[in-house]
Design a protein around this ligand. Structure first.
Ligand SMILES: [Zn+2]
Length: 295
């Protein structure tokens, strides 16, 4: 009788622990770009018209899967993957580890951070690249080819920096960033404490030294595991107003976009505006470079 009671107690305790685990399981957001993926080195890998595109979609899924496996080892029970490159229809659900949700297509207000909110415990950036104007970053650009620089409250940021500011708005820590050596160093300047995984060494904007894929995957998995396991949400960092300047490569877009309410044009090639929230700032930056097309 005593032994039976003890056994029952043990079973109940184990069940309680399991349900506690499920309750405290972490929710993780993974934003996946393509330029910084391990094994990717050429323009013909980056778009659907490219001869090597099919191969690079698989490489993109492989780096993502390493992050998913690591995140789960670190306690993630709910994972959202946001395809964050170009058409944003690069990742195929069937190539990803089972059980994750996938946000697909580029027609979204918040682009690379679409779907991110206060409900997440950690953010992971996979396959990121250096910001526009960086001479040594592979495929260095911000948003699209039309942007020369983006400044938020006077600070120049690339895509990774901007996405990190968005995560900070929600109080969700960016725990891992992967990409070439130049890209991850730039993101780490904004996302303090982030674990960086160097997938390749940028020699300049076109040449690169690729690292062994299995080794990169192992390092991504380990960083995601440790990053998610140690993720601690912070108080949302909300310090409006956000003064934004978007400097374009030519005056064409500013010429048209300055008609938008609240938009200023402090220089022929530059648009400036003030937003009360970081998500609003983010959406308007994206609107300017992506949806106003002079061609
Ligand atoms: Zn991209």
């Amino acid at each position: 009788m005593m032994r039976k009671a003890l056994l029952l107690l043990c079973v109940c305790w184990a069940a309680a622990l399991t349900s506690l685990d499920a309750q405290t399981g972490k929710k993780v957001f993974i934003s996946v770009d393509m330029e910084g993926i391990s094994g990717i080195s050429g323009d013909d890998q980056l778009g659907a018209a490219g001869a090597e595109y099919g191969r690079s979609r698989r490489l993109m899924a492989d780096d993502t899967n390493a992050a998913i496996r690591g995140a789960r080892q670190g306690g993630a029970t709910d994972i959202v993957v946001n395809d964050s490159h170009g058409s944003m229809r690069n990742l195929r659900l069937e190539d990803l580890e089972t059980g994750v949700r996938l946000i697909s297509h580029s027609f979204k207000r918040h682009g690379m951070v679409e779907g991110l909110d206060e409900s997440f415990d950690a953010v992971i950036f996979i396959g990121y690249h250096a910001k526009a104007g960086t001479p040594t970053g592979l495929f260095a650009h911000t948003g699209s080819g039309v942007v020369a620089d983006v400044r938020v409250n006077g600070r120049s940021v690339g895509e990774g920096g901007l996405n990190a500011l968005a995560a900070q708005w929600f109080g969700v820590p960016v725990v891992v960033v992967t990409g070439d050596d130049v890209a991850v160093a730039q993101v780490a300047e904004v996302a303090t404490g982030v674990r960086t995984v160097v997938t390749k060494r940028a020699i300049n904007q076109r040449a690169v030294e690729l690292f062994p894929l299995a080794d990169v995957h192992r390092r991504i998995e380990a960083a995601a595991r440790d990053g998610v396991a140690n993720a601690r949400r912070t108080a949302p960092a909300r310090t409006p107003p956000y003064r934004v300047e978007v400097q374009l490569r030519t005056p064409n877009i500013p010429q048209v976009a300055e008609i938008l309410p609240g938009m200023q044009r402090p220089a022929p090639d530059t648009l400036a505006f003030t937003a009360n929230t970081m998500p609003d700032a983010y959406a308007l930056i994206r609107f300017v470079y992506r949806y106003i097309n002079p061609d």
